[in-house]
Design a protein around this ligand. Structure first.
Ligand SMILES: Nc1ncnc2c1ncn2[C@@H]1O[C@H](COP(=O)(O)OP(=O)(O)OP(=O)(O)O)[C@@H](O)[C@H]1O
Ligand SMILES: [Mg+2]
Length: 256
């Protein structure tokens, strides 16, 4: 490892005639909580997809946790410590909170279908490890008392915490959170900020967010993107005061 959780240089992404990313550079130190902000359509989610190996870049170099993620399948990247949440929550709504965590663990279980059917020792070991991990994750995410509730019955902010819990089951070393507090009320946002601080220990966290108060509360540094290109990388306070950033956000308001 180099001390950098993310090292990206000249990242480009074209979709037919649309250039979503025009050569973005990004470096995130291990252990940082790093922000990525910018108006709608700036390319933030596209960059996240590339950093997680879900989308392949059209150009540039991308290293995450020392892996060349552009050259690896997404499931490989995920198994090696890269977690991602999406703008829209993706939990199994009819399943309980605990079952949602179990599904997240299937990829890590070492027992076979036959061993499960036979209730073999390998199955029992996997299940015991899962129960222990699930209890810890539920506790961390403030979901312990809700573990038998169907996901659909949870309040919105709680569903977003469940999405984080699902990700934590695989103990990722870096987490990409795409607009995690969007749609949350103030109390849910405050709870979520506390959760992010809690899970940041021993991990790197990258957050795309339009809620600047949340960004200011959490991030040591933010990269501002506008229209597929980076504008500035600085502390949240300085970045938001930068004339080009002010102009970009004013420009978006005027267009709306
Ligand atoms: N699969 C795709 N095919 C074609 N164009 C795409 C695709 N994905 C993204 N784009 C385009 O790339 C640009 C960047 O989109 P992206 O979703 O990354 O922006 P964003 O910064 O996440 O915006 P928002 O804040 O609204 O979530 C947009 O112009 C979008 O329309
Ligand atoms: Mg987006």
């Amino acid at each position: 490892m180099t001390g950098w959780a993310v090292e990206a240089a000249g990242v480009e992404k074209r979709y037919g005639g649309v250039t979503a990313l025009k050569g973005v550079d990004l470096r995130i130190p291990e252990g940082a909580i790093h922000g990525l902000i910018g108006p709608n359509g700036a390319g933030k989610s596209t960059l996240f997809d590339i950093l997680c190996g879900i989308t392949k870049p059209s150009g540039g170099r991308v290293s995450v946790l020392g892996m060349d993620v552009a050259a690896l399948p997404a499931h490989h990247v995920a198994r090696r410590g890269v977690g991602r949440t999406f703008q829209r929550t993706a939990t199994f709504r009819d399943s309980t909170v605990r079952e949602n965590l179990l599904f997240a663990s299937y990829g890590r279980m070492r027992h076979s279908v036959l061993q499960r059917m036979a209730r073999a020792p390998a199955w029992r070991e996997d299940m015991a490890a899962f129960e222990t991990r699930a209890d810890a994750v539920l506790e961390t995410c403030g979901l312990a008392h809700l573990s038998d509730q169907p996901a659909a019955a949870l309040a919105y902010g709680t569903q977003r915490r469940l999405a984080v819990a699902v990700m934590l089951m695989n103990d990722p070393k870096i987490l990409f959170l795409d607009e995690p507090v969007a749609g949350m009320n103030d109390a849910e946002t405050a709870e979520f900020i506390a959760l992010v601080r809690d899970i940041a220990r021993g991990r790197t966290i990258v957050i795309v967010e339009h809620d600047m108060a949340a960004i200011g509360a959490l991030c040591s540094e933010v990269l501002v993107m506008v229209d597929g290109a980076q504008v500035v990388s600085d502390t949240p306070e300085r970045a938001l005061a930068h004339p080009d950033v002010v102009a970009a956000y004013l420009g978006t308001d005027a267009d709306d």
